[in-house]
Design a protein. Structure first.
Length: 304
């Protein structure tokens, strides 16, 4: 508090909110954020009028906030984080502040408004969980293919934009994988796209791609097919294995997309469908008893 008063004495215009926000991140038990949304939230909740940018106003607001937090500690938190979130939501009008006691009609309208906000929040949370689940599944399939490829005798490449992502076991997706693609694949047109293929199995000592896997959880197969076309043009000779890896129920959809005229060029590439379920059921036995591409060929289905 002494430091705040010393800073206030310098009368540096516009510095108050920025300094207060820094103090909040350093000492969330002692300091409250200071911005327009927080000020509006305090006004809505307490009826007081706070002027943004004045340290004396900030200190008075902080005292009120500390008192509120102490009175409702069982609903808030030990620091001022939960209260700051509440004030921000009130200040941005995400939902209204509770009305004064004694007005039954206003209280009922406020309750209905709050329920609507909670329902909207639940929908937003469900969307976030679906996104997290999709990403987790995509990464999980990459891990399966990484481990299977190494067990079958291949070097493995993980897409350049996925390499540092967590693999679910405390490591990274690129753990145990090669750090660079064979030079023939990096100097030709389309090499940037090849680097983004989800998983590549490389022949050891031959600088060639033995198999390419594009994991298509929910998205269109267009980008994956384009990358496979780029791979086919960048590598001399055919790529023995080209696989679209997707949930079991997407096969008909993928087949329908491949019938589009734009995909006519891939008819000779023998792109195959690898279902999650087949991969999950068989990967352990393939890794234990198999070698080369024969095991993965056995569970994949032709698409063209």
């Amino acid at each position: 508090m002494a430091a705040i008063r010393a800073l206030d004495a310098r009368k540096v215009k516009g510095l108050g909110p920025a300094a207060a926000n820094l103090l909040y991140f350093l000492h969330p038990i002692l300091a409250l954020p200071f911005n327009t949304a927080i000020v509006n939230g305090v006004s809505a909740l307490t009826g007081s009028k706070v002027k943004l940018g004045r340290w004396d106003e900030y200190l008075a607001m902080r005292e009120r906030a500390l008192a509120l937090n102490a009175a409702h500690r069982d609903l808030l938190s030990n620091d001022l984080g939960a209260l700051a979130g509440l004030l921000y939501d009130l200040g941005t009008e995400r939902y209204p502040a509770p009305p004064p006691s004694g007005d039954a009609g206003a209280a009922e309208r406020w309750r209905k408004s709050l329920e609507a906000v909670r329902e909207a929040s639940a929908r937003e949370q469900a969307k976030l969980e679906a996104i997290r689940s999709e990403e987790r599944t995509h990464s999980e399939i990459q891990v399966w293919l990484r481990e299977l490829g190494r067990a079958l005798g291949f070097d493995v490449w993980i897409a350049a934009n996925d390499r540092g992502r967590p693999d679910g076991s405390g490591g990274r997706l690129d753990d145990g994988c090669v750090d660079a693609l064979p030079s023939p694949l990096t100097i030709l047109p389309g090499s940037d796209a090849v680097r983004l293929i989800d998983v590549l199995w490389l022949e050891r000592g031959a600088a060639r791609v033995a198999a390419a896997f594009e994991v298509e959880h929910t998205t269109s197969i267009l980008s994956g097919i384009v990358r496979m076309l780029d791979l086919a043009s960048a590598q001399e000779g055919a790529v023995p294995g080209l696989f679209l890896v997707a949930p079991d129920g997407r096969e008909d959809e993928v087949r329908a997309q491949l019938k589009r005229p734009a995909f006519a060029a891939i008819a000779s590439m023998r792109v195959r469908y690898l279902a999650y379920g087949e991969l999950e059921r068989n990967r352990s036995s393939m890794a234990r008893f198999g070698s080369g591409l024969k095991p993965i060929d056995a569970i994949a289905r032709d698409l063209t």
